[in-house]
Structure formats: structure tokens, C-alpha cells
Design a protein around this ligand. Structure first.
Ligand SMILES: Nc1nc2c(ncn2[C@@H]2O[C@H](COP(=O)(O)OP(=O)(O)O)[C@@H](O)[C@H]2O)c(=O)[nH]1
Ligand SMILES: [Mg+2]
Length: 283
């Protein structure tokens, strides 16, 4: 891969606090929904999440499955399944039936209540927590599995604050605030993929570098996409910016190309799937 030399070392300050809160409250839940982006199921994972959630059962949800290159993403799904993970690829934008989610939840939690009953304890509704990087689809996922009858149930005190639970049905309650995490960016390619697709841009690297990385990685993995979209084969970065700028009318007074506009066109085309379906990770 044509690796960009820019090093990304971004770690938002509030993440340390979230990590602490997750650690403190993990005992309140029976399972975890770990959300990753199907276009980068490796880059968008929180590398040490399993330490954070101890031995809680978890369901790995691959969001934005509609935007990914299923051929490549399915290889990664198989890789995770081989590791013993429960994996569910989902298109949260469409009308995908969420029953698969509840079926997996039931698989995981039915033994929990059998155990409670056998110990003479009352059965109780299993509780879950949703975790993932910004923009992966946490809110969308929560909305999709929450039906109109859902109610926010009585508050149960967590360690650091009072936690509300959304009662989804008899088999599931959801912590009402998802945990927003961000990985330590130790792998520079993963960091670039995250910056490119999770729409966290300005804070993390400048738009010129990010656009360059985006064009180069697409040109390498999906060589036909750029020519199909912009009419020319990709060769030289600056030349290509000029081509896109002129084609899309991103011109300043005097006819100079407005590069900031070109960057936002490129990034938006990549993120929205306008270039085509992409998966940046490989196993
Ligand atoms: N195409 C597509 N878009 C999605 C999917 N899931 C989420 N999105 C979009 O991704 C963006 C971020 O989603 P959001 O739920 O706000 O992410 P959060 O930051 O993790 O809560 C929104 O524009 C969603 O509409 C999906 O499965 N497919
Ligand atoms: Mg959200």
C-alpha cells in the first residue's frame, strides 16, 4: 500500500473518561454490542475492547454493510467467525429486519436466566451496552432496534452516575447512552482508514493529506472507480485535483481551483459510496 507518511496521533481527551465509565459499569450488563464499520472491520475496532469489557459475551455488528465490498468484507467476517465471534452484518439504512439481532441476543442470554432460576434467583431482562467509534452507527442501531413501545425504565445507579435503560422488549434492555470510543492509533494505515471513513477530519489530519490518501488507496484497491467517476485515470495528485476542480466547477475568482472544495467532493464521494462499494481492510 502506498503509505502516507503523515503520522496520526490523535486521542480525544474524553475517551479516557468513557473507558473508565465502561469499566465501572460493565458489571451492570450481560452482553455488549460492539459496532464496527463493514468497510473497515479491522481498522474501526477498539483493539483492546475485550480487556475493557472483561469476559462479557458480545455481538460484533458490522454496520454499513450496504456500502461495503461484500467479497472482501465477507472474508473478514469468516476470519472473525473462525475466532469464535458472533458476527452480524447489517444495513441500518434500509429496512433490514432486526430479528437476527434478537435471535442472537436470545441465544446468548437464555442460559443466563436458566442459571439464575437454578440458583433460586428471579429471572430478569438481560441488559446490553452499545460500543463503537464515532459515526459507526450507534444511534442508528439503537433507533432501529427500539420499537415504538420502548420505554425508558427506572433508573439504576451506576458507579459514576445514574444510568437509564431503554426497555426494548422482555428479552432486552439497553443502556440509553452508547459508549463512544476511539482506538489508540498505533497502526498508521488503520488510522488513515478511520480518518477517511469515520468522518472525523479536521481534528485528525489535514484535508489535503486525507484526500491524497483516499485517492491513492481507492486507486490501488479499486482502480476503475476513479476513472468511472471523474473521467480520467489517476496519476498525479495535484493534476487530479485540477481535473476534478474544473469538472465540478470548483473555481475561485480568476479561475484558480478551489482546492478546499475539491477535497470535500473527494471525501464525500468516498464516504457516501458514490465511487462504488469499498472495503479498505484485508485479511
Ligand atoms: N448507508 C448506511 N448508513 C448508515 C448505516 N448506519 C449508520 N449510517 C449513517 O452513518 C451516519 C452516522 O450514524 P450514527 O448512528 O449517527 O453514528 P454514531 O455516531 O455511532 O451514533 C449517519 O448518517 C447514519 O445515517 C448503515 O448501515 N448504512
Ligand atoms: Mg450517536
Amino acid at each position: 500500500m502506498n503509505e502516507n507518511k503523515t503520522n496520526i496521533n490523535w486521542y480525544p481527551g474524553h475517551i479516557a473518561k468513557t473507558r473508565r465509565e465502561i469499566k465501572e459499569n460493565i458489571d451492570l450488563v450481560d452482553l455488549v454490542f460492539e459496532l464496527v464499520d463493514a468497510r473497515m472491520p479491522i481498522s474501526s475496532r477498539i483493539v483492546d475492547l475485550d480487556d475493557l469489557i472483561k469476559d462479557k459475551p458480545k455481538i460484533l455488528i458490522l454496520t454499513k454493510y450496504d456500502l461495503c465490498d461484500t467479497l472482501e468484507t465477507n472474508k473478514i467476517i469468516d476470519y472473525y467467525k473462525d475466532k469464535g465471534y458472533v458476527v452480524l452484518p447489517l444495513d441500518l439504512s434500509g429496512n433490514t429486519n432486526m430479528k437476527v439481532v434478537f435471535d442472537e441476543v436470545e441465544n446468548i442470554t437464555k442460559s443466563l436466566n436458566e442459571k439464575r432460576l437454578s440458583k433460586g434467583l428471579k429471572a430478569r431482562t438481560p441488559r446490553a451496552m452499545v460500543l463503537g467509534v464515532p459515526n459507526v452507527g450507534k444511534s442508528t442501531f439503537i433507533n432501529r432496534i427500539t420499537n415504538r413501545k420502548s420505554t425508558v425504565t427506572g433508573d439504576k445507579p451506576g458507579v459514576t452516575k445514574t444510568i437509564s435503560w431503554i426497555r426494548i422488549n422482555n428479552n432486552l434492555e439497553l443502556m440509553d447512552t452508547p459508549g463512544i470510543l476511539w482506538p489508540k492509533l498505533e497502526n498508521n494505515i488503520h488510522a488513515h482508514n478511520l480518518a477517511l471513513l469515520s468522518s472525523i477530519k479536521e481534528e485528525i489530519m489535514d484535508l489535503e493529506d486525507l484526500s491524497k490518501y483516499g485517492l491513492e488507496v481507492i486507486n490501488e484497491l479499486y482502480p476503475s472507480y476513479l476513472e468511472n467517476r471523474y473521467g480520467y485515470k489517476y496519476d498525479d495528485f495535484v493534476e487530479y485535483l485540477d481535473i476534478i476542480g474544473k469538472k465540478r466547477g470548483c473555481l475561485l475568482k480568476g479561475g484558480l481551483v478551489d482546492y478546499d472544495k475539491v477535497y470535500s467532493i473527494i471525501l464525500n464521494d468516498i464516504r457516501s459510496g458514490s465511487l462504488g462499494k469499498i472495503t479498505l481492510d484485508r485479511v
